[in-house]
Write a protein that binds this ligand. Structure first.
Ligand code: NAD
Length: 260
């Protein structure tokens, strides 16, 4: 594989699982050293080992992306340790609590918005000071949910956070172009990851769940279930100079799910 990211440093949030993990590995395979941010648990440790096994540097930072003080500290530590920051993948996210609006608590709303939307802001805010001298690429993980498609009963907080990320990324692209920092946002459809594990669903939501039926003769690729590695290929492209004139764009990676 071509080492088009050789010598660069990438920072990935939510790097311990799913899309973040596959992307961290892909960026490392392309030559990048990687700072991994996540809440550390038993399944996150081996990403660091795997990247070091490729002969790249990797360092895990145990940090909640919604915590302003710890994010500032972690990103400063990462930039100091690696000496530069070229690529940022703001990807950590949760489904949070799925509940009808009238039952959704303000605390549950805040939790989803804090991790998905404020976490993206804090990742970009704290990375920019280290990127602006040389330029670079920022990629944000939003979703089809809250942009082209609104589905899944009880997902008002999640969808709001995901739509907010798209607006934020576009404003960031305009603001940061002066530093030659590109910002793009990806909107995956269903991807096989661990995101469902920590989803809290109210009983009402389970009652209302309706099976998906596609129009006769049409279906999305892979029945709407992509793999993290397929998303990682897109992140790799947007991270590298292969996409040097692409900024401020939202890219759907959903196997045509939103056309149906
Ligand atoms: P995942 O659960 O497999 O991975 C998400 C990672 O983020 C986990 O390792 C988790 O520990 C970490 N994380 C959660 N809260 C955090 C916090 N407060 N601070 C730091 N790290 C935290 O899920 P995934 O599907 O890979 O999710 C990645 C992103 O993709 C999310 O933003 C999600 O909304 C988005 N997305 C996923 C799908 C899908 O179908 N899986 C579809 C569209 C968008």
């Amino acid at each position: 594989e071509e080492l088009i990211l050789a010598g660069m440093t990438a920072l990935v949030t939510g790097a311990g699982s799913g899309i973040g993990r596959a992307s961290a590995l892909k960026l490392a395979r392309a030559g990048a050293n990687v700072c991994l941010l996540d809440l550390i648990d038993e399944r996150t440790a081996d990403v660091e080992e795997e990247i070091r096994g490729m002969g790249r540097q990797a360092e895990f930072y145990d940090v909640d992306v919604s915590d302003p003080v710890r994010m500032e500290r972690a990103i400063r530590a990462a930039a100091d340790r690696f000496g530069r920051l070229d690529i940022v993948f703001a990807n950590a996210g949760i489904n949070g609590t799925l509940a009808p609006i009238e039952d959704l608590t303000p605390e549950a709303w805040d939790d989803t918005l804090a991790i998905n939307l404020k976490g993206t802001f804090l990742t970009v805010k704290n990375a920019v000071p280290y990127m602006k001298a040389k330029g670079g690429s920022i990629v944000v993980t939003s979703s089809i949910n809250g942009n082209r498609k609104f589905s899944g009963f009880g997902m008002s907080a999640y969808s709001s956070s995901k739509a907010g990320q798209v607006a934020f990324a576009k404003m960031a692209a305009l603001e940061l172009a002066r530093y030659r920092i590109r910002v793009n946002v990806i909107c995956p459809g269903g991807i096989e990851t661990n995101i469902g594990e920590n989803t809290k669903s109210s009983k009402e939501v389970d009652k209302i769940r309706i099976p998906v039926v596609y129009p006769e003769g049409s279906q999305p690729l892979e029945h709407g279930q992509g793999r993290p590695e397929q998303v990682a290929d897109l992140v790799w492209f947007l991270a590298s100079d292969r996409s040097s004139h692409i900024t401020g764009t939202e890219i759907y990676i959903d196997g045509a799910e939103t056309l149906l």
